[in-house]
Design a protein around this ligand. Structure first.
Ligand code: KIV
Length: 279
C-alpha cells in the first residue's frame, strides 16, 4: 500500500468522513518506529514524559529542553504520522511572544508538525497568535494536568451545568482562535460527543468516550510499561513491565551464576598470539 505523510487536512478529512483518528504518545526513537510501522495517524510527545519517563510527580517540572530532547528522538523515528509537540508548563503562559518563540522552537528544532497546549477560553488569544505565526495548534481541555493544583486533583471535568457550559465555550473560543485539533481529557462522553458534532476541530478523546473523532492514550498505559494500574480511561493491550522484569531478573541470575555469557557471545583469538602475550 502507498503511504503518505499524514497532514492536518488529512485528519480533518477523516472527521468529515466519519473515520476515526488514532493518536498515541511516544518519547523515544524505538517507540516512534513501532508507531510508524503500526499505522498510527498522529504521535504526541506529551509532557506526560515527565511522569512516565523522567519520574517526576507531575507534568509541572518538565522543561522546553527536556521536551525538545525527546521530540527530536521521536522525529528521527517517524516518516508518516503527524508529530505533535506538547508545550510544557510556563512555556506559553508568560506572554504571546514567548509562546510563539517556544512553539517556533518545537517546529524548527524539534521538527514538529503541530504544537499542543492546555487551557480553555483564557488561552485562545495565545492560540490565535501561534496560529497566525503559521504554526498549527492542538488545544487540550477538560482535565488539564498542568493546572492540577488549580483543579484540586486529577478529576473528571464538566459534569455539572456550569462546568459543561464552560467547556462548550472553551471549544468555541479555541476553534475561533484557529486550533485545528483539541484533546478532551476526562470529560463526560455525552458532552464530548455533543461538542464533537458542533465543532470544526478534530476532537481526540482520552477519557472522552467513543463519540470523539479520535482517541489518544499514553503508550505506557497501552503496553503496561508502568508499575501502577492503568487509569480508568485506558485499555491495557499488553503487559510488558513483568516481561521486562523477568528478563532482567534472569540476566542478573545468569551473570551471577556464570551462565551468561556463553562461548558464542565472545570473540575468539589465535592461540599462537595468545601464547606470545607478556602479562
Ligand atoms: O501529555 C500527554 O501525554 C497528554 C495526553 C494525555 C493527551 O497530554
Amino acid at each position: 500500500m502507498d503511504r503518505k505523510k499524514i497532514t492536518i487536512p488529512d485528519l480533518m478529512q477523516k472527521k468529515a468522513q466519519g473515520q476515526k483518528v488514532t493518536m498515541l504518545t511516544a518519547y523515544d526513537y524505538p517507540t516512534a518506529r513501532v508507531m510508524d510501522q503500526a499505522g498510527v495517524d498522529a504521535v504526541l510527545v506529551g509532557d506526560s514524559l515527565g511522569m512516565v519517563v523522567l519520574g517526576y510527580d507531575s507534568t509541572v517540572p518538565v522543561t522546553m529542553d527536556e521536551m525538545l530532547h525527546h521530540i527530536k528522538a521521536v522525529r528521527r523515528g517517524l516518516t508518516y504520522p503527524l508529530l505533535i509537540g506538547d508545550m510544557p508548563f510556563m512555556s506559553y503562559q508568560v506572554s504571546k511572544e514567548q509562546a510563539i518563540a517556544n512553539a517556533g522552537r518545537m517546529m524548527k528544532e524539534g521538527g514538529c508538525d503541530c504544537v499542543k497546549l492546555e487551557g480553555g477560553a483564557e488561552v485562545a488569544p495565545t492560540v490565535k497568535a501561534i496560529v497566525q505565526a503559521g504554526i498549527p495548534v492542538c488545544a487540550h481541555i477538560g482535565l488539564t494536568p498542568q493546572s492540577v493544583a488549580q483543579l484540586g486533583g486529577y478529576k473528571v471535568q464538566g459534569k455539572d451545568l456550569a462546568g459543561a457550559q464552560k467547556l462548550i465555550e472553551a471549544a468555541g473560543a479555541l476553534a475561533e482562535a484557529g486550533a485545528s485539533l483539541v484533546v478532551f481529557e476526562c470529560i463526560p462522553a455525552p458532552l464530548a460527543e455533543a461538542i464533537t458534532k458542533a465543532t470544526p476541530m478534530v476532537t481526540i478523546g482520552i477519557g472522552g468516550g467513543a463519540g470523539c473523532d479520535g482517541q489518544v492514550l499514553v503508550i505506557h498505559d497501552l503496553v503496561g510499561l508502568a508499575e501502577r494500574k492503568p487509569p480508568k480511561m485506558a485499555r491495557q493491550y499488553a503487559n510488558i513491565f513483568p516481561v521486562l522484569n523477568e528478563a532482567v531478573s534472569t540476566y542478573v541470575k545468569e551473570v551471577t551464576s556464570g551462565a551468561f555469557p556463553a562461548p558464542e557471545h565472545g570473540f575468539a583469538m589465535d592461540p599462537a598470539v595468545l601464547a606470545q602475550l607478556k602479562l
